[in-house]
Design a protein around this ligand. Structure first.
Ligand SMILES: Cc1cc2nc3c(=O)[nH]c(=O)nc-3n(C[C@H](O)[C@H](O)[C@H](O)COP(=O)(O)O)c2cc1C
Length: 199
């Protein structure tokens, strides 16, 4: 049984939005239980329906489920701090982004942007399914590229961990203290009508 807090109880939303959006967060307390193949496919199905420039669908997902022969290669890419809690993840994913347009091989300036949309779709779907989806930049990008045999026309965009929520009491002190849903700066500090210079 998860003892994780529900972000809906602490996050202050200043303007009415869909609760699924602010219920998504990035806890590190994971139970170590596996996810089913059906759950795995539902997550990637959500990513599949993300918008992308010219419907390029630049995302590719390499994944490893825990206790499979694939797992060590993915787990070893993570920085130590991430390994501490990811040892209880059910799945690790490396997101790849196709750098060039499929139809003409020219550079695609929004390949990483579109992969971010796919990540958020996957994260929201995971939230709706009661799973943890936690994005990560704390890993060795160069080794990921080399050791996972990523072709030259792909960037390594990010990693993510998926798992079932666990008990924060089982985290090391430093991580347990961080196990609180974060806030955000006010929307007015992120937007400006007109050019940046006059902000
Ligand atoms: C691309 C990306 C990289 C991240 N890298 C890490 C990471 O390496 N380790 C970690 O513990 N959290 C990581 N996070 C989680 C962020 O710290 C978290 O999303 C942010 O603090 C906002 O909190 P929330 O997701 O709980 O709303 C990452 C998130 C994203 C989207």
């Amino acid at each position: 049984m998860s003892k994780l807090p529900d972000p809906a109880e602490s996050r202050q939303v200043d303007h009415a939005i869909e609760p699924l959006i602010y219920r998504r967060w990035s806890p590190r307390a994971l139970s170590g239980e596996p996810i089913s193949e059906e759950e795995l496919l539902r997550l990637f199905e959500a990513a599949r329906w993300a918008p992308s420039t010219y419907n390029e669908q630049e995302w590719r997902f390499l994944y490893a489920k825990r206790e499979t022969p694939q797992w060590p290669a993915f787990f070893d890419l993570l920085m130590k701090d991430n390994q501490t809690w990811c040892e209880n993840a059910a799945m690790l994913v490396v997101i790849l982004a196709h750098k060039v347009f499929a139809k003409n091989g020219k550079p695609n300036p929004v390949h990483l942007f579109d992969c971010g949309s796919a990540f958020e779709n996957l994260a929201l779907q995971g939230t709706a399914m009661g799973l943890v989806v936690h994005g990560m930049a704390g890993f060795d990008f160069e080794r990921a590229k080399r050791e996972l045999k990523v072709p030259d026309d792909y960037d390594v965009a990010a990693m993510l961990a998926v798992g079932r929520p666990g008990d924060p009491e089982n985290l090391p002190d430093k991580l347990r203290e961080m196990e609180v849903p974060s806030g955000r700066r006010p929307v007015k500090d992120s937007i400006h009508e007109g050019p940046y210079e006059s902000a």
